[in-house]
Design a protein around this ligand. Structure first.
Ligand code: DOR
Ligand code: ZN
Length: 347
């Protein structure tokens, strides 16, 4: 197969940042995806519907002329988020979910939730109005090994939280382990998971091969090969609980190549190509469309897109660096060759 046409896909987990960084990255997502669930972890987090509206307008203003990319906004859950904000979000046409960052788990998570039991009233309102909860699924207790934080989150947070709110729609974001995949596959109720390209393509050796490679560092961190294989099996299984979310998380090269490197892989410019390579290696290119274009909108209760996009087998080299405001940014797998190239809308 040398060409692949799929229904126009969406990205169900994306970091777009703000200011000049936003201007530098948003066009890349808009070129490949019709819509994206936009993460709210700005330096000053997006905690109100009014802030989400203002951020949405900045995103739309930063798009290249003619782009019809639709940002699907989220709110950042804090211990002071009130149920009324949840109801206002549901009543808005543009807020589609609320994101739970355990405080201290990742970039700009300081304002997140220390203990989910303190946000019960807000979770109850979300369940009542059916606004999905998106979780960064890692515990933050420092005695838990960094490679075990996702597994611990399932037992310590996700199971009890979902036990108390069994009707709440939940997306377990960027799953990285066999345990998370097994949980999502087998758990009762309305649960789904996003999977990133880096977790499908690489195991943790990538961070350490030939030196410490910060551009392969993201959170949750890459895991062992057995986990990567479980993720590939889930993504390519045709199970609608697993769908595309790049977690493209741009940081300036200067802050990645740093003594305390920022977490995040920048994959927006070549996201579909990375996924196509992962699916082809698994012999499952025919399953890419469901994962990329069908199961996400179905879970969120949104209409599927109408147009189609084309990928072509045409090896090309990922650039070493790209402009990022006044700085540079290094995309994931910079300098490597990918077999598939995104062409654009199917003629
Ligand atoms: O690697 C990551 N980068 N993981 C996250 O959870 C946040 C993200 C970011 O915002 O940079
Ligand atoms: Zn993320």
């Amino acid at each position: 197969m040398n060409e692949l046409s799929i229904l126009q896909p969406d990205d169900w987990h994306l970091h777009l940042r703000d200011g000049s960084a936003l201007g530098a990255v948003v066009g890349a997502s808009g070129a490949q995806f019709a819509r994206a669930i936009v993460m709210p972890n700005l330096k000053a987090p997006v905690v109100t519907v009014a802030q989400a509206l203002a951020y949405r307008e900045r995103i739309l203003a930063a798009l290249p002329a003619g782009s019809r990319f639709e940002p699907l906004m989220t709110l950042y859950l804090t211990e002071t988020t009130v149920p009324a904000e949840v109801r206002a979000a549901r009543a808005s046409a543009f807020v589609h979910a609320v994101k739970l960052y355990p405080a201290g788990a990742t970039t700009h998570s300081e304002a997140g939730v220390g203990d989910w039991r303190r946000v019960r009233a807000t979770l109850a309102a979300m369940q009542e109005v059916d606004l999905p909860l998106l979780v960064h699924g890692e515990v933050t207790e420092r005695d838990v090994d960094v490679f075990d934080r996702e597994e611990a989150f399932i037992e310590r947070v996700l199971v009890p939280l979902r036990g108390e709110f069994p009707e709440l729609r939940v997306v377990f974001e960027h799953v990285t382990t066999r345990q998370a995949v097994d949980y999502v596959r087998e758990a009762p109720g309305r649960i789904a998971a996003t999977i990133t390209p880096q977790h499908l393509l690489y195991n943790r050796n990538a961070i350490f091969s030939g030196g410490l490679r910060p551009h392969w560092y993201c959170l949750p961190v890459l895991k062992r090969e057995e986990h990567r294989l479980a993720l590939v099996a889930a993504a390519t299984s045709g199970n609608p609980r697993f769908f595309l979310g790049t977690d493209s998380a741009p940081h300036a090269a200067r802050l990645k190549e740093h003594a305390a490197a920022c977490a995040g892989c920048y994959t927006a410019p070549h996201a579909l190509e990375l996924y196509a390579c992962a699916f082809e290696t698994a012999g499952a290119l025919a399953r890419l469309e469901g994962f990329a274009s069908l199961y996400g909108p179905d879970f969120y209760g949104l209409a599927r897109n109408r147009g189609r996009v084309l990928l072509r087998r045409a090896p090309w080299q990922i650039p070493a660096t790209l402009p990022f405001g006044a700085e540079g940014i290094v995309p994931l797998a910079a300098g490597e060759t990918l077999d598939w190239k995104f062409v654009g809308p199917t003629p």
